[in-house]
Design a protein around this ligand. Sequence first.
Ligand SMILES: Cc1cc2nc3c(=O)[nH]c(=O)nc-3n(C[C@H](O)[C@H](O)[C@H](O)COP(=O)(O)OP(=O)(O)OC[C@H]3O[C@@H](n4cnc5c(N)ncnc54)[C@H](O)[C@@H]3O)c2cc1C
Length: 539
Amino acid sequence: MSTKSAATVFQRETLIQQLTTQPRWDLIVIGGGATGLGVALDGISRGYKTLLLEQVDYAKGTSSRSTKLVHGGVRYLAQGDVGLVREALYERGLLLKNAPHLVKNQDFIIPNYEWWGGAFYTIGLTMYDLLAGKLSLGASQHLSKKETLRRLGNLKAKGLRGGVLYHDGQFDDARLAINLAQTAIEQGGTLLNHFEVRDLLKDQQGQVAGVVAADQETGQVYELPASVVVNATGIFVDDILRMDQPTAKKLVRPSQGVHIVLDKSFLPGDDAIMIPKTDDGRVLFAVPWHGRVVLGTTDTPLNEYSQEPQALEEEIDFILRTAARYLTRAPKRSDALSVFAGLRPLAAPQDGSEKTKEISRSHKILVSEAGLVTITGGKWTTCRRMGQDTVDKAIALGKLPKAASKTAHLAIHGAQATPDRSHHLYVYGSDQPALRQLIAADPALGEKLDPTLEFLKAEVVWAARYEMARTVEDVLARRVRVLFLDAQAAIRMAPAVATLLARELGYDGQWEQEQVAAFERVAQHYILRSQVQPETEIA
Ligand SMILES: Cc1cc2nc3c(=O)[nH]c(=O)nc-3n(C[C@H](O)[C@H](O)[C@H](O)COP(=O)(O)OP(=O)(O)OC[C@H]3O[C@@H](n4cnc5c(N)ncnc54)[C@H](O)[C@@H]3O)c2cc1C
């Protein structure tokens, strides 16, 4: 297990210096989501000189907006995709071992209102569990009506016949992304957030030979040569493909998934609910997460993509309407503490029609004529395997010398064998003693950022010093997750976070004001409209 101290290795200046001292990279990865981080960690741990560039922040894209499940996907088993489910369950088991501070075994209950449901789901989930083999998280079991209602306090009793209990993994997505980035740097990699790839370098034969990238903080532009460039930009893959080939056909079209976050009272207890088939054939989850409940998701094809996708009214209505069918105390719009939307890449129609087809959740690796390697699809759960397969592909193409993957048993930064989840600081895993030392040295850092929530000032300082946070949003969205847990509280905390960050990073009052304003603009997307305050009150 990793016990390494974060210390000075994460200083941005030191990492940027490596851009000028390294004449050529073996591997450059574009995109710092789950996929890019999986590729970078696999590459650096095999010994390749690896650089990862992320235009905003680690997990700024889809990777901070997931349902927070480390799972094989019960839905994909129902669709008969046994190979995908087996692979994902294996990866689930590895992730639980390699990052036990962030990934946990979660009990899920399927409430059953049909006469056939009990046997049907018990058999299906027993198969799901068997596919996990030695990495099983526990057998599924039938629950009586009484037991189901005891465990799911707010569940509707009328017509309920019983429940089926099964196990899956649950995690903090953005924090795992940060820890993966830290692990890759500890292994010798160079990873930079707020660094945008603007173009590709080509050699005389027209082959991709590196990238042109800009430091978003200083505007400084770098030409960075590499043996292999990997496009791991999620929903943005087409932008990079067009840098390679301006007439490239669109590979993906986005489909949006929305989640609503509620107070814990809507799902008392420790169990999650899984509704395997909603009115329109989707799956709906209600999952306990950091003392709140995450409810979702939807699957809405869109024509546009952006860094801050926004929930549509129909998606909100669908989630609340479906929850109301199962919960005695149904959530209303005004109960939403936060709303977040993420984009999954669907295969864009190649024939000009409107019809999209979902890329199987298994990943795809494509190599362009100019040698650009693009990885798309997959899941958070399988990011390690996606990294391994991508680097294997680069080796098979003769772009990298042979070396075996080492990530299957590589502990992720913060890994701690027996995490104590009784305190919210558990997410820091093996970093907790050092974080507590910060507070011991400066007791003011032990104060809360907002009296109504658990988060401490020390976490902001920690995020700036050791977790590469550069903006108020980096801290409140992806280090302490407040934006996803309670968007109004996040807005209240922003000025204090800006002051602490400015002190750490050497910025002035003007920067603080700009940061608070920029964060408030982003945070508006996480508040349901009925809650939005008039512009004048926020400005
Ligand atoms: C609603 C929803 C729920 C999901 N739930 C789950 C779940 O519970 N469990 C699970 O296993 N999977 C889940 N998934 C799937 C999982 O979230 C995705 O597979 C994964 O996050 C995709 O990661 P990515 O790195 O490919 O994309 P992203 O996370 O979007 O990362 C791409 C990154 O590339 C960066 N980038 C783009 N252009 C550039 C550039 N020019 N220069 C530098 N950087 C650039 C972006 O800023 C972005 O950070 C879910 C997906 C959705 C949409």
